[in-house]
Write a protein that binds this ligand. Sequence first.
Ligand code: UDP
Ligand code: MG
Length: 310
Amino acid sequence: MSPKVSVVVPVYKSADTIAELCERISKSLDSKKVSYEIVLVNDGSPDESWALIQSLAKANSAIVGISLSKNFGQHRAILAGLTASKGEWVVVMDADLQDSPEAVAELYKTATKRGDAAVIANRVGRNDGKANSTTSKYFYKLLAKLSDIKLDGEQGNFGIYSGALIDSVIAMGDLDFFFPSAVKWSGFRHSTLDVERSTRDQGESSYNFKRRMALALRVLVVNSNQLLRFSIFLGLLVSGLAAVTAIYLIIANLVGAIQVAGWTSVMVAIFFMGGTLLVSNGVLGLYLGKVFDASKNRPRFIVADSVNLK
Ligand code: UDP
Ligand code: MG
């Protein structure tokens, strides 16, 4: 019989926390007599995570262990977990205990009571450091402007999702899978629940500035065509400016104001045009790269090993 709840957890360098995580999730759901499975997806961790997941899964048949063949990134690891999950409802959460395991039962209760397809945790008291929460706030603003994906910086992956919503998200097929935007795009009705987010007390975030920016760019390019339009706009703007400058120079030349044939104007024009062309080419290149990646038709993740996977 399929469990009521599948808890999907991507695991990367989290050997210190997953045993406690499983224990606390079990306690939370056992106390409410909700049947469950915990799907731990090892995302090519270089540490002891997989060995630990294997021993946890061998000791407890409610724990499913999946090991990807290499590091595919958090969101594809989530996708692998979703694909393996059998529950009527699916909870997605981080491995580092920042998403409170005690909230899992509460999310389940709320979702069944409200009848929404998803209840997403609203991270109150977010403790990721000021720089991170400010950058993600502005990133979500930009994403909302450039696409119809409205995400809230206070919400992440943590939440509970109906099986139907999860099926639609799996079927979307985006190579650059980003779980929150996939959930929003699926269109199912969702609501939020305030959940206290704790500080990371073990290890540190696996996202450095560079990884964060790379993820932001991928999400933007995948969810928006506006960047292409922006390059057209930029091209028109600069051509317009160049035309005005040209008229000015011609008149100046006719009235004899220009003594030496203008080296400056030529250089300005070259820089202007060169700049616009490079920007437009770059944006086109981004999308062409996506088409190229998609045309290769490679799987979004590869499962190398598993325990208790039915
Ligand atoms: N994670 C993953 N693959 C990666 C990086 C992270 O599966 O390449 C997992 C990690 O184990 C954790 C979640 O994604 O469960 C969030 O990672 P982290 O805590 O480092 O990110 P942050 O909380 O700073 O967003
Ligand atoms: Mg974290």
